[in-house]
Ligand binder design. Structure first.
Ligand code: AMP
Ligand code: MG
Length: 267
């Protein structure tokens, strides 16, 4: 999964990253699904240990164009885990109160505590994406944010938070298919938003904003992964694997009982 990880200052052209990639599985969805089921089980075990251990905090950031599958990742990758200890924070257009504060104010309130996994469905990166594309604040302000974000994440890291960031990378054609699907499927129409079509017209501007974000904010303490996301099953597989690897590297332990509880009689 290392090949999907971005290095700091790496020049990124997203056209060179294959959104259709299914790597070793070569489109073999059945084989992959068995493997994904084993990942789901493994993640469940690790999360249980993570919660019990309670020494670490994990922050997972999901970003991607409309229809890239942020909601789907949350539903599928975390389907087996105990809702105790896992929380989702979704970031929409800032409220009046949020907007009257600095852009990290609402973010900081949602970061994980000990033993907690928090998934950000969109994040502070909107403040260098949609904000940059639409010039919602002057350039003098948003251009400073990359470094501010790096330092904010560094502080979280130094205080014990592990941070992993995923860009769900879909192609423009795939987005068209998914928007058509939303338009035509009565169970998905509630998600269809005509504003998404206006954003789609700005595909190139968003692509550029994503590329600069990846280049400037994939630090050692909070790396970005570019996840091929045209195939939903492969997207889930990559994200599942990266999270499992990360949790395994922490050296999690179930806390030892404070005394020899085996000798305690239970009547
Ligand atoms: P959705 O994720 O489809 O519910 O849409 C949420 C919308 O909120 C997206 O269009 C985001 O671009 C927008 N949004 C999120 N954060 C910000 C922000 N900081 N400033 C402006 N728009 C934002
Ligand atoms: Mg949307």
């Amino acid at each position: 999964m290392k090949k999907y990880r971005v290095s700091l200052n790496e020049k990124i052209d997203l056209d060179e990253w294959d959104a259709d990639d299914t790597s070793g599985f070569k489109g073999n969805k059945e084989k992959a699904e068995k493997y994904i089921a084993s990942l789901t089980e493994e993640l469940d075990c690790l999360q249980d240990k993570f919660y019990a251990d309670s020494r670490f905090k994990l922050l997972i950031v999901l970003q991607g164009m409309d229809t890239s599958g942020k909601d789907g990742v949350i539903r599928h990758v975390f389907e087996g885990v105990d809702p105790l200890g896992v929380r989702v924070a979704s970031f929409k257009v800032p409220t009046k109160e949020e907007f009257s504060h600095d852009y990290l104010w609402r973010i900081h309130k949602q970061v994980p505590g000990n033993g907690e996994i928090v998934i950000f469905n969109r994040s502070h990166y909107e403040d260098v994406l949609v904000v940059r594309v639409h010039n919602l604040v002057p350039q003098e302000k948003w251009s400073l944010r990359y470094e501010q974000i790096n330092q904010f994440e560094k502080m979280l890291y130094e205080e014990g938070t592990t941070i992993i960031k995923f860009l769900l990378h879909i192609s423009k054609d795939e987005q068209r298919q998914r928007l058509l699907d939303r338009r035509n499927d009565p169970t998905k129409q509630w998600k269809f938003n005509v504003d998404d079509l206006k954003e789609r017209e700005l595909w190139q501007e968003y692509k550029k904003a994503y590329e600069i974000m990846l280049e400037k904010t994939s630090t050692e303490w909070a790396p970005w992964y570019i996840v091929p996301a045209n195939h939903k099953w492969y997207r889930n597989l990559v994200i599942g694997e990266v999270i499992i690897d990360t949790l395994q590297s922490l050296g999690l332990e179930y806390p030892k009982p404070v005394e020899d509880i085996k000798s305690i009689e239970i009547i």
